[in-house]
Design a protein. Structure first.
Length: 148
């Protein structure tokens, strides 16, 4: 198989129209929600049940919540207490997903035409990017990643 095409997207500071249009334009077939809590109030359309409904109705896109790819509550709280020390958070998160051995729980083809969803507007300081980097390292670059 060629590289699996994987996208990432955040919903903060975006309107529903732009969010769903980006997914459709990218040809996304499945949204993998990598948030710890998928009932966020940050955007009304991004709550788990509503999001699954909208994705199906708008683009026949499957919705899956995958907390195995999310940070722990403790990790998130520590990050906030440390005033956003990204390098410390990044190290902790990489250690967490290595401990979970996420590369053994999934296969690259499971993420083909999928999009990792989190709340952060941009991927620079978001764990969805870290998940992609970690898996690409473990899977010898099997993912072709695009940040929407």
């Amino acid at each position: 198989m060629d590289k699996a095409k994987v996208s990432t997207i955040g919903f903060t500071k975006t309107k529903a129209q732009g969010f769903f249009e980006r997914l459709l334009k990218a040809g996304v077939k499945k949204v993998v929600d990598v948030r710890l809590r998928n009932t966020s109030q940050l955007a009304g359309f991004a709550k788990a049940d509503d999001l699954a409904y909208f994705l199906q109705k708008i683009g026949e896109i499957q919705y899956v919540h995958q907390p195995l790819l999310a940070p722990t509550d403790r990790m998130l709280k520590a990050y906030k207490k440390e005033s956003g020390d990204w390098s410390a958070y990044e190290k902790r998160f990489f250690a967490l997903i290595a401990e979970r051995q996420i590369e053994k729980c999934f296969k690259p083809e499971m993420f083909n035409d999928a999009c990792f969803l989190c709340s952060e507007e941009a991927p620079h300081y978001c764990h969805r990017r870290l998940v992609c980097e970690y898996l690409n390292e473990k899977w010898d670059g099997a993912l072709e990643v695009h940040h929407l």
